[in-house]
Write a protein that binds this ligand. Structure first.
Ligand SMILES: NC(=O)CC[C@H](N)C(=O)O
Length: 313
């Protein structure tokens, strides 16, 4: 028997999705990674998964897309598990930037030149350099394995087309990385660090995978469906705080007001969000707004959060 709330979500979800769909026409699919421009412009899908294992889905929830920046939440957690917080926060800060996710601006403006936070590219590339492993292959393997555990999906893998596309064209990320190397923030070989970063950005998921990963965060690090503790509670707390303050880039303040849930978006149009203790949620809508977040996806989450009074604030 589904809970009364889940019953009502299942009933209303298709209509909420329908009303958010037109927003997609106002957005644009990311094209700076050429392979991403092939994504279906008008797609919109969502899956919600409850801590009791009930789910509700609507629209293009089966669409497969690369995690992109959503992966930054989980590489941060793995880096924290590998190194502890003191080491990680000696290399990356805790503050929002108010700039675009790929901006270099503050790296030079503010001393010491460590990235402001792990959700912007500079911070996430630094975090990739902190993942333990004797080679880029081993680091990437550990990341993929961790993501498989979190998603409860052994078949997670890379989209090699997207990986190559970003690796061939990612000169801004190269510039950021060389700058970090010059400042002594990045240690190791820049191309090897970038390889780890581009690979985890290209891990393919659908909405159900994101919902399950989000549910682990909603449940303070334990997968409620298996009872396994996958992440120490403290690191989930850190991750959810960054999601709230920086997860939607320089639209995180607006998202906190309009939706009021910890979330992380990616340029392929995915959004991972959660209702503490209760739901993990995965959304996809490839057409992005000018801040790089899914246009229709944000609208849909705003509708659901208002209808169900889900804001944490
Ligand atoms: N916002 C994003 O999703 C950015 C991730 C992308 N791989 C990049 O580095 O540009």
């Amino acid at each position: 028997m589904a809970s009364p709330e889940m019953k009502s979500i299942r009933q209303q979800l298709p209509r909420w999705l329908e009303t958010s769909l037109p927003c997609a026409t106002r957005g644009n699919v990311a094209s700076y990674i050429p392979e991403l421009s092939k994504a279906p412009h008008n797609a919109l899908g969502i899956t919600l998964l409850s801590a009791t294992g009930e789910s509700a889905s609507a629209g293009d929830c089966g669409l497969r897309f690369t995690m992109q920046s959503i992966s930054k939440v989980f590489t941060l957690i793995l880096a924290l598990m590998d190194n502890g917080e003191d080491e990680v926060f000696s290399k990356v800060g805790m503050e929002p930037t108010g700039d675009n996710f790929n901006s270099m601006l503050k790296l030079e403006l503010v001393r010491p030149g460590i990235p402001f936070n792990p959700m912007i590219n500079a911070g996430a590339i630094t975090v990739s350099s902190l993942i333990r492993g004797s080679s880029p292959e081993e680091k990437s393997e550990r990341i993929l394995h961790f993501f498989k555990d979190l998603a409860g999906n052994d078949r997670l893998d890379y989209d090699m087309g997207v990986y190559r596309s970003e690796s061939d064209t990612g000169n801004l990320n190269r510039s950021i990385s060389f700058f970090l190397k010059e400042n002594g923030v990045l240690s190791g070989d820049v191309e090897e660090v970038l390889d780890v970063y581009f690979r985890h950005c290209s891990i393919v998921v659908d909405c159900a995978d994101l919902a399950r990963m989000a549910l682990v965060l909603a449940s303070n690090g334990t997968d409620p469906l298996t009872g396994k503790q996958l992440i120490p509670r403290r690191y989930v707390q850190i991750a959810k705080t960054f999601m709230t303050t920086c997860g939607m880039y320089n639209a995180s303040g607006e998202f906190a007001i309009q939706v009021g849930l910890p979330a992380k978006s990616g340029v392929s149009g995915g959004i991972l969000t959660l209702v503490p203790e209760r739901y993990g949620i995965g959304v996809v809508g490839p057409a992005l707004n000018d801040k790089g977040n899914s246009y229709a996806g944000v609208h849909l989450l705003q509708t659901i959060s208002r209808e169900l009074d889900w804001s944490m604030f």
